[in-house]
Design a protein around this ligand. Structure first.
Ligand SMILES: Cc1cc2nc3c(=O)[nH]c(=O)nc-3n(C[C@H](O)[C@H](O)[C@H](O)COP(=O)(O)OP(=O)(O)OC[C@H]3O[C@@H](n4cnc5c(N)ncnc54)[C@H](O)[C@@H]3O)c2cc1C
Length: 382
């Protein structure tokens, strides 16, 4: 049983506490046996089931006023504790719709957000390119005005849900100014002519992931999100909201690893007692608990500041993501160590957590990028 005493912290209200209890009960009942044999089929099924259960309402907001980042973070922490793929399926519905909810035209919002919330439309967010990952402003995918719309040409890679998504939020260079000031954001239906899946990507913790190619891919004017030239703002506003939630997912993985380590340490017989009798083990458990609680404090501080103080949380979001993902890696590594040989045996829960957590220190801004964001926020106060 996980420690849920953090729910008593003043960051939450009773609605959050009820939500967390209900979601944990649903996850325990529905996510005990998530298959990894065919991740496309599993993720489609998870999106559908999360939608049918009403849980995607927490991920897919209508607009800025209805965004509840604390609820998104609670959901991700709980889902990650039960199943990495379920967390992934939930998170992508939010990441792939927030730019529409915050910047899209009303007709588009009315058409697609209810479908994403119901789990009948799978969403994706396409920012990265082969030569523009951390350096977003180096993006070379172009968007050129044509009569009635925009023509998109270029390549996007590392796109989660690539291959199974029904739409992609795509960022491209529209050229109003050099660098980050000349980008725009677009909503692109997956079946738009000129958009193809160029390649599928396998990773150590498999989920649907692809490289997309855009060749003379024309989208209508009303697919523009925000105004031309402000695509970077659309992307960063969306990432500010979801970065604490990456920390929350890491926290869920870490909490699960700590639970598993506690169980193992108190049941594994050795040296005439159990592993937990040894003081080196106790020291490690204390460090793990400290990492978990400090991550939770930073994650929910960032989410609370967004929801309650109603302000940009660039620094707090970066701190939450940086600390929680790095800390989760330490906690999970310590759990693997406590399990001994079993810790690296395929199919063991801590072995899969070890693979699940790794990419979180890289995507949505690598740890080094988060450090720069935090420093710049202090050096240039806003
Ligand atoms: C599993 C997974 C899912 C993803 N899903 C998506 C998605 O859905 N949509 C999307 O658009 N992208 C997605 N990405 C892409 C992800 O955001 C990029 O991988 C990330 O931004 C890093 O870009 P890169 O891989 O090109 O690495 P690079 O930009 O080449 O960076 C390599 C490394 O350089 C280091 N580094 C970066 N900046 C600095 C610096 N200033 N100083 C020192 N060191 C630095 C970091 O350690 C970084 O990991 C995903 C990636 C992965 C692995």
């Amino acid at each position: 049983m996980s420690d849920v005493s953090f729910l008593d912290w003043p960051f939450f209200d009773d609605g959050h506490r009820e939500f967390a209890g209900a979601m944990d009960a649903w996850a325990a009942e529905n996510l005990a046996h998530v298959s990894h044999a065919d991740v496309d089929a599993t993720c489609r099924d998870l999106v559908q089931r999360l939608g049918a259960g009403g849980w995607l309402a927490a991920a897919v907001a209508d607009d800025a006023a209805t965004l509840d980042v604390r609820r998104i973070c609670l959901a991700r922490e709980i889902l990650a504790r039960h199943s990495g793929l379920a967390d992934f399926a939930f998170a992508m519905q939010g990441l792939g719709t927030a730019s529409v909810a915050l910047f899209g035209p009303a007709a588009l919002r009315t058409r697609i957000l209810p479908q994403a919330r119901a789990g009948t439309r799978i969403a994706a967010f396409a920012l990265s390119e082969p030569d523009a990952g951390s350096d977003v402003a180096a993006m070379t995918t172009t968007a050129v005005r044509v009569p009635g719309g925009w023509r998109i040409d270029g390549v996007k890679t590392w796109i989660s849900n690539g291959g199974i998504a029904d739409h992609y939020v795509v960022f491209a260079r529209s050229g109003e100014a050099p660098g980050a000031k000349g980008l725009s954001a677009f909503f692109v239906e997956a079946d738009t002519p000129g958009l193809t899946i160029a390649d599928r990507i396998e990773t150590i913790a498999p989920h649907p992931l692809a490289t997309l190619r855009f060749e003379k891919c024309v989208v209508p004017d009303d697919c523009l999100l925000g105004v031309p030239g402000e695509g970077f703002k659309v992307a960063m506003t969306t990432l500010d909201i979801f970065r604490p939630s990456v920390g929350a997912a890491a926290l869920g993985f870490a909490r699960r690893a700590l639970d598993e380590a506690l169980h193992r340490a108190t049941t594994r017989k050795m040296f005439g007692g159990v592993l937990a009798d040894l003081q080196l083990t106790q020291a490690k458990l204390a460090e793990m608990a400290l990492d978990v609680d400090s991550s939770a404090l930073l994650v929910y501080r960032a989410a609370w500041a967004h929801d309650v103080q109603r302000r940009r949380i660039t620094k707090e979001a970066a701190m939450a993501k940086l600390h929680a993902t790095e800390a989760a890696q330490r906690v999970i590594d310590a759990a693997v160590q406590m399990f001994g040989g079993l810790g690296v045996a395929s199919g063991n829960i801590v072995e899969s957590l070890y693979r699940d957590v790794r990419a979180l220190r890289i995507y949505e801004g690598a740890s080094e990028v988060q450090k720069l964001i935090i420093a710049r926020q202090m050096l240039v106060p806003r």
